[in-house]
Write a protein that binds this ligand. Structure first.
Ligand code: KG4
Ligand code: ZN
Length: 352
């Protein structure tokens, strides 16, 4: 079954063609990240406008690279939520229009759930991808960590899963983005912090790890505030000093030490909860997905501290893409009837 996936939940406009949820024939991503960098974060109006400008050429390119015409497409998958309302609307409106015009079944999917299914893509004729050698076995424990989500999910079967842990405030990627902003590193903060941390001492600053009532739950906002206080102290200022004036007062070494200490603490919080869940659930496989899974230090720590082998997909499929949307839409197509395109609506706050 050949599915066209469409993803527009944040600042990436993406389209991809995937066979049977497994073979990726194309994966096209147009990011508006450069337009947001000057603002230090995603500006929803700018993201929505750039989706509108590029969505048609992105879909055309995805079909072309997959050497596929519309007759060969069996269904369309699209992100319904969660995400930015204006951004989701462009993808969903486009998918509905195409489903009606081309008379194709339409499968709306949840973006966070789709991050898991990026790991089910195991073959591609495309160059430059390092894919898992086989699909993860079930039951599967998945840590999905990105700019919008920090979820621990236990998947018994493709239609039966449970979110066993989630963040009570900021997502971990969001904390990377905010800390980068405080110390004057460019957006997106994940890669900037990871790079600066290479020259820093992860033990330079003692930072607290939040204790949550839920055994597998996360919290990152206290850590972000602790980093702000430590940065104010490093700059010789008190807690009333504005965060946006701090970065010019810091040396490169101070920035690297803060980046390394924050990264170490944030990643250790993830590893601690994942370890607990691995012990309690004894899953057949464990994966980490989402943008933060691109972090190589996280991968090292997981290898050293988690008893079971942890699986990852290519970094280009950890961050937002439409191949994962097409992959999940395939599994949905095996379980549920297609959605009526005339009544499909976006769900910006969709939970799993
Ligand atoms: O999955 P994704 O592309 O978008 C969302 O669904 O949110 O994840 C983007 C997030 C950003 O917060 C970014 O800072 C973070 O992933 N990120 C990283 C790294 N690369 C991207 N965080 C830590 N280390 C990285 N190397
Ligand atoms: Zn995402």
């Amino acid at each position: 079954m050949r599915i066209l996936g469409i993803e527009t939940s944040c600042d990436e406009t993406a389209a991809a063609v995937v066979d049977d949820g497994q073979i990726m024939l194309s994966n096209v991503i147009a990011s508006s990240v450069d337009l947001h960098t000057v603002y230090g974060g995603v500006v929803p109006e700018i993201a929505a406008r750039s989706h509108l400008e590029v969505i048609t050429p992105v879909i055309e390119q995805a079909l072309q690279e997959a050497k596929t015409d519309w007759e060969q497409i069996d269904a369309i998958g699209v992100t319904k939520g969660p995400g930015l309302g204006g951004s989701l609307l462009i993808g969903v409106m486009t998918a509905k229009t195409l489903a009606i015009a081309k008379n194709k079944p339409l499968f709306p999917v949840n973006h966070v759930e789709a991050h898991i299914y990026a790991n089910y893509i195991t073959q591609t004729p495309l160059q430059g991808y390092q894919l898992p050698t086989g699909p993860p076995s079930l039951p599967l424990l998945a840590l999905i960590v990105s700019g919008g989500h920090s979820h621990l999910i236990y998947l018994k079967t493709h239609s039966d899963y449970e979110v066993i842990g989630r963040t009570h405030d900021d997502a971990v990627g969001e904390a990377f983005d905010k800390v980068a902003k405080i110390i004057g590193l460019p957006y997106p903060g994940g890669p900037s912090i990871a790079k600066a941390a290479q020259d820093g001492n992860p033990g330079a600053i003692k930072l607290p790890k939040a204790q949550m009532p839920g055994k597998y739950d996360f919290s990152f906002s206290g850590l972000k505030t602790a980093v702000l206080r430590a940065t104010q102290a490093a700059a010789g200022k008190d807690f009333t000093f504005p965060s946006y004036e701090l970065s010019p007062l810091l040396s490169d070494i101070q920035k690297s030490d803060i980046a390394a200490s924050f990264q170490q603490t944030a990643l250790q919080m993830l590893i601690d909860k994942l370890s607990l869940a691995v012990e309690d659930y004894s899953p057949a496989s464990v994966i980490i997905g989402g943008g933060v899974a691109a972090n190589l230090r996280l991968r090292e720590m997981a290898k050293a501290q988690i008893a079971t082998e942890v699986g990852y997909t290519d970094i280009k499929l950890c961050t937002d893409n439409a191949a994962m949307i097409a992959a999940l839409a395939f599994y949905k197509s095996q379980q549920v009837e297609p959605t009526n395109p005339y009544i499909l609506e976006i769900d910006p706050n969709q939970s799993m």
